[in-house]
Design a protein around this ligand. Structure first.
Ligand code: GLU
Length: 437
């Protein structure tokens, strides 16, 4: 029987690994306790305030009807509207979307953005859809979640397998339903219809900035460092671009189809040209040797950058890692068992909720520009992004020193502290709720 674009086999689900919602809950719990806060705070933070499941019927090109499943989770809106991307992936599930919405809240809190966390997803393999089917799916999904989104409520954006083109269809659908243009209803739009300059590059630029800061602390000379990157979508490729500009040598890149390796360093401008317009996979690039994803993790590089999906650094892959720094450009790439091994090995981890927060930061700038209907120059946006990233990095570093802990724990504590202050200011929690019994 033909496997349809929205269907998952049991083995797909089994191989997905550890449940990200369970992971984020246990990290929240630990951090709340480490901060000396009452466990009630954990119970407040662990549940998204709203989760919606929708069915998305799509008439396929062959005349058949497929009914896809989608979700939108909104974590907490005490700092502002919820915000976060929409992913199209066969392994999307409700727990993943919930976890991702919590991570978005923490990112916004660490960088002091007036936003909460949200995330959406559709269970689909977009590679199996024609352009028309993909557009219909995108439009139908946004129609189905329309009652709970909007520029003052919840603001979607791109995530895994979604891009400005998809955002263009989605905003058009929303505007047509509402009867007028509402550019701030989502971010990551094409520039011509209210997108922000610098948004496409923002996550990768932010990742490179955090690596630059980490290198300063660790006394690493970036012009002498080597890097391997897992994933060459928007985030992986933009990270490669900015690291290359900083003089870093990128020796390996992998993607969904395979990987490439060149000891002397890959020609990044040429590789970026090769993958431009999504015509080719990076792994098809000829001027390099082939490498497997597994092998890439164990390369003798200075910095390893997971920039794909969750659960990549595990109890199996972590022991093979030789890098001194792991920069988590993806959301949730490390399992708790993998994390423990990285800690034992003394690897400096730039945790996802700090490392990849550049995307939502420039999304925030896009939303601000949309509300004032006045647009900044790219230099201004990049400079504001740098300020925010350095602000967040510094806060996490200070917490790490104060609590003598690892970067991930410090990042969670910074985010939770910020949210707790807002809950307190709103009268959600009283003094008694703050301290441990
Ligand atoms: N999907 C991105 C993330 O995980 C960006 C979200 C946004 O721009 O709102 O951070």
């Amino acid at each position: 029987m033909k496997k349809s674009a929205g269907e998952k086999t049991e083995s797909d689900i089994m191989t997905h690994g550890t449940n990200p919602y369970e992971i984020v809950k246990s990290l929240l719990k630990e951090s709340v306790s480490r901060l000396g806060l009452n466990e009630n705070i954990y119970h407040m933070l662990k549940k998204p305030m709203r989760v919606l499941e929708v069915s998305i019927p799509v008439r396929m090109d062959d005349g058949s009807l497929e009914n896809f499943t989608g979700y939108r989770a909104q974590h907490i809106d005490i700092l502002g509207p919820t915000k976060g991307g929409i992913r199209f992936h066969p392994l999307v599930n409700i727990d993943e979307v919930k976890a991702l919405s919590i991570w978005m809240s923490l990112k916004a809190a660490i960088l002091n953005l007036p936003l909460g966390g949200g995330k959406g997803g559709v269970i689909v393999d977009p590679e199996k859809l024609s352009d028309r089917e993909l557009e219909t799916l995108s439009r139908t999904y946004i129609r189905k979640i329309t009652p709970i989104i909007g520029p003052q409520k919840d603001i979607p954006a791109p995530d895994v397998n979604t891009n400005p083109e998809v955002m263009g269809w989605m905003i058009d659908e929303f505007d047509q339903l509402r009867g007028y243009n509402i550019p701030g209803m989502l971010t990551g739009k094409p520039i011509i219809i209210g997108g922000s300059l610098g948004r496409l590059e923002a996550t990768g630029r932010g990742v490179a900035l955090t690596i630059r800061e980490a290198a300063k602390i660790l006394d690493m000379d970036l012009s002498k460092t080597t890097v391997a990157i897992q994933g060459f979508g928007n985030v992986g490729s933009m990270t490669a671009k900015f690291l290359h500009e900083l003089g870093v040598k990128i020796v390996a890149v992998t993607d969904a189809k395979g990987g490439i390796y060149r000891k002397e360093g890959l020609n990044i401008p040429d590789l970026l040209e090769f993958v431009k317009d999504k015509q080719n996979y990076a792994s098809d690039y000829q001027n390099a040797d082939a490498i497997t994803n597994e092998k890439m993790f164990s390369l003798p590089v200075d910095i390893l950058i997971p920039a794909a999906v969750e659960n990549q650094i595990t109890k199996d892959s972590a022991p093979t890692i030789q890098a001194k720094v792991v920069a988590e450009a993806a959301n949730g790439p490390t399992t708790p068992e993998g994390d423990k091994i990285l800690e034992e090995k003394g690897i400096f981890v730039i945790p996802d909720i700090l490392c990849n927060a550049g995307g939502v930061t420039v999304s925030y700038f896009e939303w601000v520009q949309n509300s004032m209907n006045y647009y900044w120059k790219e230099e201004e946006i990049n400079q504001k992004l740098e300020e925010k990233m350095l602000f967040g990095f510094d806060k996490v570093l200070k917490m790490r020193k104060e609590k003598q802990c690892f970067m991930r724990e410090a990042a969670y504590m910074v985010g939770i502290n910020h949210l707790v202050k807002a809950m307190h200011a709103r009268g959600w929690i009283k003094e008694d709720d703050l301290s441990e019994e």
